[in-house]
Design a protein around this ligand. Sequence first.
Ligand SMILES: [Zn+2]
Ligand SMILES: [Zn+2]
Length: 241
Amino acid sequence: MRTGVLVRAPEGEFVIDAGPELRLQLVRERASLIRAAVMTHAHADHIMGIDDLRIFGFRLHAAVPIHCEDNVEKQIRETFAYAFTDPATHSHQYAAPKLSFSRIAPEQPFQLLGLQVLPIRLRHGSLDILGFRIGNTAFCTDVSTIPAQSRELLQGLDTLVLSVLRREPHPTHLHLDAALKIIRQLQPRQTFLTHMSHELDYDELCRTLPPEIRPAWDGLRIPLTTGIRSERRNTACQGQQ
Ligand SMILES: [Zn+2]
Ligand SMILES: [Zn+2]
């Protein structure tokens, strides 16, 4: 399925991105009540599940806050225009998600449901997008380059989730060698590769990558850590160990 994260925070659940399979993913993970969404950027594979936040607005009796940059809000308002028209003027007033927007910016940490979330500027081709660090875990998808200033914010990680599209270079995504170079520089304790295309083979990656770098899988769970790093850990592939 497409890349995304469900965060189980001390005061409730939120998602990072809302891809086309969001509903299936939330059912699979037995999510109960999504209280907010945090967006990396507004490409279709990261926002097309936003309509499935509708049920949570009903259950919260409030709009579901979407934390994003202004260009992302603009794209979401255009893509889901029916959610932002006056309900009195159309005949499906209960068929639209209730959404609100909260502005976030790189290097300006914000509190969300009992966690501090740090937005980090990433480049996705010519597009400025965001990655997020929570404690010693960072989620950086759709990356082509990480600015030097942002690399400083990605030091001392227990877990890095980093996107890799394929083995061949690509104009808007990291390819495998470029990702491995970044991982060597940042030295996270463990790394999970995400946003992989069909050109990457899961078993082959498991065989050929160092044990602290693994391809991620649907349903992967990562404990959030905020403490001091311990030694590197060998991370088994799914089905092993
Ligand atoms: Zn993208
Ligand atoms: Zn994407």
